[in-house]
Design a protein around this ligand. Structure first.
Ligand code: DUC
Ligand code: ZN
Ligand code: ZN
Length: 487
């Protein structure tokens, strides 16, 4: 038997189901053995007193992405994935963002180029459809899904991105025909637009009013409409960034009816509230993301929804804009909240802030942490078991966590290019001190060891999650619809 190239010795290994003391033996790029007293490796890492976890999978991150108004976000693939690596994340799913009039294929080719140039962790793309015209759905989506882009994303709000109900149905049908997951930013557009105009007209223009301009009800309303459309088509969906207790309740009901509705939340909804936006001047703009942070009671409801399995994933929704003319202040120092781009950096902080609460503070155990931040996203998006677990044959993407290391977030530590962290001043206990990607050291002793472009594209086939239920609604059942054959 060949010797191991690397043995991680003496740590506590945790997966989504178990945690136990074991050595991990790596040959080449994959895990070759997990057990006690493994033979010596060519290299060894001493993990005594540490947790040995699968690298994080962040399935919602906006990287080097052009907004509909033509604003590029602050990160390149190099800076964003470096931030991810330092925070223990070894796989990201970001977006290839189509805007109206664009060819989807051209867009995907461009994002491939950006990522090939800079990524230091492995990556895949969700394809954003802002213009799901017939030719795009008929000619571009099928070969792109076959090429490994097994998820589509649509927005139900934002002026230049949103799809109406008929377009949404077309996208859901296209995903069903091609076997892909559909991810949705689901908020009621009319309510947001109407409230925003009313607030500004009355002079309420500060960033804190952003949170009021997204009425709570715009979430359950959009979720219900989306779920009804998905059920009509019989297409599984992923609801992005759930922020309210009412939204989570709608998801619970749908799942109780057996519908394939998956959902995520993000650290900002678990740890921030609307009062975080209440800062002097435009400073609160740093905490402006959509949907907005809500109330402390929503945080409890979201933890409960995770515990019950109604939400399965904690992603970052990393969307960095610098606090200057290139980003948050693009419309100047007198802008209204409507003119400030939405989004906050989150790739680096996602795992440490969640680990601190779940593992260090004991809200849940380390297996649940692994489940929601690595295993479930890998399963739902067709990356498992190559990613998302530590098993024989899995990629050796490993984050070695020091559960005793305390870190206080500061602007100067950030690796992304937003230039600030919305977690500034927060102290967390537990930090990934050594991170491996496919058996190679990625981060060690606070240094990045990988070269830009060393991350690999992950071609994905949709997993079980994206399989339709096979339950025909009356309208699609020839026995009940006067014989119409619509499939
Ligand atoms: N909201 C989004 O819909 N996308 C990016 C970030 C944000 O805040
Ligand atoms: Zn969104
Ligand atoms: Zn997003």
């Amino acid at each position: 038997m060949q010797p191991f190239d690397l043995v991680i010795r003496g740590g506590t290994v945790a997966t989504a189901t178990d945690s136990f003391k074991a050595d991990v033996g790596i040959r080449g790029t994959t895990v070759a053995a997990i057990g006690e007293g493994l033979d010596k490796g060519k290299k060894e890492i001493d993990a005594r007193g540490k947790l040995v976890l699968p690298g994080g999978v962040d399935s919602h991150s906006h990287i080097e992405q052009l907004s509909a108004s033509g604003l590029m976000n602050a990160d390149t693939f190099e800076s964003a994935t470096t931030a991810a690596a330092f925070g223990g994340t070894t796989t990201v799913i970001s977006f290839a963002a189509q805007h109206v009039g664009m060819s989807l294929k051209t867009v995907v080719d461009e994002y491939h180029q950006y990522a090939e140039r800079g990524a230091v962790v492995d990556y895949a793309f969700h394809m954003i459809l802002a213009d799901p015209r017939e030719e795009v759905l008929a000619k571009e989506v099928p070969p792109l899904v076959k090429a490994g882009h097994a998820s589509l994303k649509v927005f139900m709000t934002y002026d230049r991105l949103k799809v109406d109900d008929e377009q949404l149905l077309n996208v859901l049908q296209s995903a069903r025909d091609n076997r892909a997951m559909v991810c949705v930013h689901a908020e009621n557009h009319g309510m947001i637009s109407w409230m925003g105009k009313r607030l500004v007209k009355h002079g309420y223009t500060a960033p804190k009013y952003h949170s009021i301009s997204h009425p709570r009800v715009c979430e359950p309303e959009a979720f219900q409409r989306l779920i009804a459309c998905a059920a009509l088509v019989d297409q599984p969906i992923m609801i992005f960034h759930v922020s309210t207790a009412e939204g989570a309740a709608v998801i619970r009901k749908a799942r109780g009816e057996g519908l394939k509705v998956f959902a995520e939340t993000c650290p900002q909804y678990l740890f921030m509230t609307k009062t975080d936006l209440d800062k002097p001047g435009l400073e609160g703009g740093k905490w402006m993301f959509s949907p907005p942070a809500r109330e402390a009671s929503d945080q409890e409801a979201l933890w409960q929804a995770l515990a019950l399995g109604d939400l399965q994933v904690i992603s970052s929704d990393h969307a960095p804009y610098a606090y200057d003319k290139t980003g948050k202040l693009v419309a100047g120092k007198k802008s209204t909240f409507k003119q400030i781009p939405n989004g906050m950096p989150g790739l680096e902080a996602r795992l440490p802030v969640v680990f601190d609460e779940m593992v260090s503070n004991g809200r849940f155990d380390v297996s649940k942490f692994v489940q929601w931040t690595s295993t479930e996203p890998a399963k739902i998006y067709g990356l498992y078991p190559r990613k998302g677990t530590l098993a024989i044959g899995s990629d050796a993407d490993i984050a070695i966590w020091d559960p005793k290391k305390s870190v206080t977030f500061s602007d100067k530590m950030v690796k992304d290019r937003a230039g600030y962290t919305p977690w500034k001043g927060r102290t967390v206990k537990g930090w990934p001190t050594t991170v491996l990607l496919r058996g190679e050291v990625l981060v060690e002793n606070d240094k990045l060891r990988a070269k830009p472009g060393s991350g690999q594209f992950l071609a994905r086939k949709a997993g079980k999650a994206a399989e339709p239920l096979g339950r025909a609604t009356l309208e699609f059942d020839p026995k009940r619809n006067f014989g119409a054959k619509l499939r």
